[in-house]
Design a protein around this ligand. Structure first.
Ligand code: DON
Length: 312
């Protein structure tokens, strides 16, 4: 299938996948997210010259939520190197829910299994350089904006406040990390949580997500400018985590059915990429039991099958 055929087919695929929104529910544990339209579905695909194919509701911004964890991991790797990051988080999938506490106590006490579960991403937030939470958040925003090709990304303050006011589980995870010295003596737990909630609350559109994914599809060197934004090794690490645990405890099923690196968020966004070809941004706020967009996953499976995208 060529690009013109893909352009022609995408609107039909979006409409065919839309019915799967009925199999999910919009996240409500962050009250502000519950306002999202439950039956929305949209996708933007961006190619190496920045050409865009889109269908469905792609215009409204949504918060990155866990998708941001891929990019804070990249920034933490840039700031601290591999040894610095992996001193605080592991390299293994958990098979548990994204906010689970279970394995935190079981193996290496306090050390989160990987940077994409909430506990791991909170540990990663503590590694971002900057003197204050505001300075760290500014660095995150400016790095994310750079990966989005220079778009000016901002924090959705309503979602930030909503999450911060209700994040009892994340607070307990963070205090557990503090107790186990994964967050060191000089680190204030509330400061780290503020940085974490802020980066989860960064607003993006499908096109901006596709642009960020395109950078990863080209191993950190922007195909539109030829500039290296992220070292290839760090993108390799991020993509490996995306395959192993980007869709949480549905990552194995996603790898078998869709077969490309991807990362979901509880806003219903999914960032996915086809190595050397496409960056993809999908939004479908209705989530299945494991926190991934039901219709978004179905749409990606349809596209991957039709275009033979599976990397394995
Ligand atoms: O910490 C949380 O619970 C949210 N800010 C992010 C979780 C999330 O997106 C999980 N994704 N499927």
């Amino acid at each position: 299938m060529n690009v013109d055929q893909l352009r022609a087919a995408l609107p039909q695929w979006v409409e065919a996948s839309r019915k799967y929104t009925s199999e999910g529910n919009v996240a409500s544990y962050i009250p502000e997210l519950a306002k999202a339209p439950a039956h929305a579905l949209g996708a933007t695909i961006m190619g190496r010259s920045g050409e865009v194919i889109r269908a469905g509701e792609t215009d409204s911004p949504f918060t990155m939520q866990s998708i941001s964890k891929v990019f804070t991991l990249l920034l933490a790797l840039i700031d601290n190197g591999e040894d610095g990051v992996f001193a605080k988080v592991g390299m293994e999938p958990t098979g548990d829910d994204f906010n689970s506490m279970l394995k935190l106590e079981l193996v290496e006490p306090g050390k989160p299994f990987n940077p994409l579960i909430n506990a791991g991403a909170i540990a990663v937030s503590s590694l971002i350089h900057g003197d204050t939470p505001a300075a760290k958040t500014e660095r995150i925003l400016s790095f994310f904006s750079e990966t989005a090709g220079g778009a000016k990304l901002t924090v959705n303050e309503d979602v930030f406040r909503s999450e911060s006011a209700t994040a009892h589980r994340n607070r307990s995870l963070a205090y557990f990390l503090k107790d186990n010295e994964v967050l060191g003596e000089d680190i204030d737990v509330e400061d780290v949580l503020q940085v974490y909630f802020k980066h989860c609350s960064i607003d993006v559109t499908c096109e901006q997500l596709a642009r960020m994914a395109l950078l990863l599809a080209f191993d950190g060197t922007d195909p539109l400018t030829g500039r290296e934004v992220v070292p290839r090794r760090y993108v390799q690490i991020a993509k490996t985590f995306m395959i192993m645990c980007g869709m949480y405890n549905a990552s194995g099923e996603f790898a078998i059915k869709v077969g490309i690196p991807a990362k979901s968020g509880v806003s219903g966004g999914i960032l996915a990429l086809v190595p050397g070809e496409y960056g993809i941004g999908v939004i479908g706020p209705a989530l299945g039991s494991k926190g991934n967009s039901t219709a978004g996953v179905h749409l990606l499976e349809t596209m991957s099958t039709a275009l033979d995208w599976r990397i394995f």
